[in-house]
Design a protein around this ligand. Structure first.
Ligand code: NA7
Length: 294
């Protein structure tokens, strides 16, 4: 397969399309706001007018839109993917959505003879640009095999999480929850240091070099130490969406997650304070304010 459709040219979608083009694929793109396609079109993508125009009946289409509602609209609307994808078509769904949404969409696709692969990613726009996304994948095995080289063109590794379509979404939500909890923990520890007259950035460096030498502590540690949350790589309102999905899943599976409730309150209060367009690391401003450090 040397041709692929792509829907959703936001912060993540654009760099992902550029990597597909670099890998030599022909890419047809659709975005609700057409003018956001300018950069990828100048990099070689072809812009189409309707979601169903990006793909043929048995083709492969990737979606990277904001949330469950946007994804469902794209599939079910009269000019959506459901109107075109048929026998052997594959929908590679890379947004962060509820596991239940993936299960429903997988069922809908299978009734048409097409396949739905849930494939959310870990990594921010910089990671997407550098082809460093970590890509999760669940759904029909043969369909997963067919899209693997396409996933590899956008990331550094693909993790196969089995045939159950919601699995990749469950793992993605658990990962995003751990990032939120880590951000709150970093803010509290840095505040403790600052209250003792110790430089926050120096402390962030100690932790991210020693006990927590990993992507999340390295990347967010510096933002949280500097208290600098703009420009947003991942908007706080999308973080709240993810946290709501985590709590929905926790409720439906009877999984107590007290820490998730704490960070949910942080995100909700941040939106109430007008911070929804800042980076989601801005959830830590509340800990700073409570400590009298803002
Ligand atoms: P962005 O930068 O907010 O981009 C969101 C994209 O989703 C963008 O292309 C939007 O089109 C598109 N969108 C949003 N709502 C709709 C509807 N209703 N119909 C069609 N298209 C829509 O998000 P990111 O790229 O950071 O994140 C994307 C996903 O990855 C998300 O699940 C994250 O949790 C992880 P627009 O340009 O606004 O017309």
């Amino acid at each position: 397969m040397n041709e692929v459709g792509f829907i959703g040219l936001g912060n993540m979608g654009q760099p992902m399309v550029k990597n597909l083009l670099k890998a030599g694929l022909k890419v047809k793109v659709y975005n609700r706001t057409a003018n956001k396609a300018a950069e990828v079109v100048s990099a070689g993508a072809e812009l189409v007018e309707r979601p169903c125009d990006v793909v043929t009946t048995d083709g492969i289409v990737i979606t990277m839109v904001s949330n469950d509602q946007a994804l469902e609209e794209l599939v079910y609307s009269p000019d959506g993917l459901g109107a075109i994808l048929g026998e052997n078509g594959i929908h590679l769904s890379m947004s962060t959505v509820a596991p239940e949404t993936s299960r429903k969409l997988a069922q809908f696709h299978s009734e048409k003879g097409s396949f739905y692969i849930a494939s959310p990613v870990f990594g921010r726009p910089e990671a997407a640009a550098a082809q460093k996304l970590w890509i999760l994948s669940s759904g029909n095995s043969q369909a997963k095999e067919k899209v693997k080289s396409i996933q590899e063109a956008m990331g550094q590794r693909v993790f196969d999480l089995g045939e159950e379509p919601g699995n990749a979404n469950v793992v993605k939500l658990g990962g995003n929850f751990m990032i939120m909890a880590a951000m709150e923990a970093m803010a509290e520890a840095f505040n403790l240091a600052e209250k003792n007259g110790i430089n926050r950035e120096a402390v962030a460096e100690v932790y991210s070099t020693t006990l927590f030498n990993c992507t999340v502590y390295n990347g967010y540690g510096s933002m949280i130490a500097k208290k600098k949350f703009e420009p947003a790589g991942f908007q706080l309102e999308l973080g709240l969406k993810d946290c709501n999905l985590v709590l929905d899943e926790a409720n439906s599976t009877k999984t107590p997650m007290p820490l998730a409730n704490l960070v949910h309150n942080r995100l909700l209060a941040s939106v109430a304070k007008g911070r929804r367009k800042q980076d989601w690391a801005a959830l830590t401003k509340l800990a700073n304010e409570e400590a009298g450090l803002e």
